[in-house]
Design a protein around this ligand. Structure first.
Ligand code: FES
Length: 121
């Protein structure tokens, strides 16, 4: 994912500084009354998703295992649920190991030295 600078963060929720997130890990956060998972990849790309695994509803995705996969010739960032290891694309939320299942994802933008999350997608 590519972060981008935007003029006005309308429709975005301020989250944190990029430096608050450790590379290669996820963190859980609250946004507009829901639990989300925010990820920083080893290459310092930022992603956000629901914290609830679509498989069971367990609130575990921020503890997922970050990785990548090749999909149609392109490398895409992924997160594997820590419980049963279903693998989700972080850019689209599509499940690579159980087609037809999808993890809700949210756009992440960098603006003014802060990370902002799209409140809906
Ligand atoms: S709880 Fe996530 S794959 Fe089963």
């Amino acid at each position: 994912m590519t972060t981008q600078l935007i003029d006005a963060p309308t429709g975005l929720a301020e989250l944190c500084s990029p430096d608050d997130l450790e590379a290669g890990w996820g963190e859980a956060a609250w946004m507009a009354g829901q639990q989300i998972a925010v990820y920083r990849t080893e290459s310092s790309d930022f992603y956000a998703s629901s914290h609830h695994c679509p498989s069971t509803g367990a609130k575990v995705m921020a503890r997922g295992i970050l990785g990548d996969a090749t999909v149609e010739g392109q490398r895409v960032a992924t997160v594997a649920c820590p419980l049963h290891k279903e693998i989700y694309r972080l850019d689209t939320g599509d499940c690579l190991s159980a087609p037809g299942t999808s993890l809700p994802v949210f756009g992440v933008h960098e603006h003014g030295g802060r990370l902002w999350i799209e409140e809906s997608k």
